[in-house]
Design a binder for this molecule. Structure first.
Ligand SMILES: NC(=O)c1ccc[n+]([C@@H]2O[C@H](COP(=O)([O-])OP(=O)(O)OC[C@H]3O[C@@H](n4cnc5c(N)ncnc54)[C@H](O)[C@@H]3O)[C@@H](O)[C@H]2O)c1
Length: 258
């Protein structure tokens, strides 16, 4: 199978750590040029130290004009949006939160994704559109009304719906749009859920996660960020050219099981 993407231009928003970083490395392995937009200056510097061919830009996805400026005049083959945040608050039942707790989560996780797609739409519509794609990171939490963090779950559900709209609108240009919904991946964001909900009980992060995974996932194991990276490259490749408007769960069977 030919999964090389030489001379493909990839932009990963939120690629300085975790799953986004694994996606960056997977695209680099496939020979693509990758630009990473993130607000984490330290993470961006580490990426460049690891691979000086990676381009980086310190941008917060709340700043639509900054993303537009970055995108201006560029041709982009694949846009990946991985940036997101949770509320960092306990939320069971949901009324433990206030409506204002929802706002920053919706602004980054949903609206940051929306802003990214809008900012790069002219770059996607430029040039040979038939080989282009958009990948938005959703979550199993966007499909099963996960109680852990309602504004996060609602944002991820909306990301899936927006991807379907965008898939329809980009289809006449041959541009494909999909979402990946990971289950449990060891990252800062995943750990923040533990810190908001279980850290005070004294149970360790690993024990909390093992118990959760045992309950929710038929395959009963962690998902690895590199697995999300591999699927991202497949979806961007020629082999994925008939896949659009889909949500791919990389979750050990969790959503199927729920
Ligand atoms: N880790 C999991 O278990 C899991 C499960 C389901 C879905 N996801 C999704 O995967 C994606 C990647 O998350 P992760 O787990 O790797 O988390 P992470 O915290 O390691 O990575 C998120 C990245 O987004 C960046 N970011 C956050 N807010 C930003 C902002 N306002 N502007 C610019 N950059 C910003 C961060 O700096 C970081 O580099 C997210 O969309 C997340 O919702 C993760």
């Amino acid at each position: 199978m030919n999964l090389v993407l030489p001379r493909h231009e990839v932009v990963v928003v939120g690629g300085a750590s975790g799953i986004g970083k694994a996606i960056v490395l997977a695209f680099r392995e496939a020979g693509a040029h990758v630009s990473v937009l993130d607000r984490d200056a330290e993470g961006l510097a580490e990426l460049v130290k690891h691979d000086p061919e990676i381009s980086t830009e310190g941008i917060d996805i709340s700043d639509f004009e900054a993303m537009e400026r970055f995108a201006e005049g560029k041709e982009v083959d694949h846009l990946v949006v991985a940036a997101a945040m949770g509320s960092g608050k306990p939320a069971m039942p949901f009324w433990k939160m206030t409506p204002s707790d929802w706002e920053p989560v919706i602004d980054v996780t949903l609206m940051g994704t929306v802003r990214s797609v809008y900012a790069f739409t002219p770059s996607l519509l430029r040039g040979d559109t038939e080989r282009k794609s958009v990948l938005l990171l959703s979550s199993v939490a966007g499909q099963i009304g996960s109680p852990t963090d309602p504004p996060y779950s609602a944002s991820k559900a909306a990301v899936i719906n927006f991807a379907q709209c965008a898939a329809r609108d980009f289809a006449p240009h041959g541009i494909r749009v999909n979402t990946i919904a990971p289950g449990m991946v060891r990252t800062n964001l995943n750990r923040s859920v533990y810190e908001a909900t279980a850290a005070e009980t004294g149970v360790s992060y690993e024990d909390w996660a093992e118990e959760k995974i045992g309950k929710i996932s038929p395959l009963g194991r962690w998902q690895e960020a590199s697995e999300i990276g591999a699927m991202s490259v497949f979806l961007a490749s020629e082999q994925g050219r008939n896949i659009t408007g889909q949500t791919l769960n990389i979750d050990g069977g969790q959503v199927m099981h729920s």
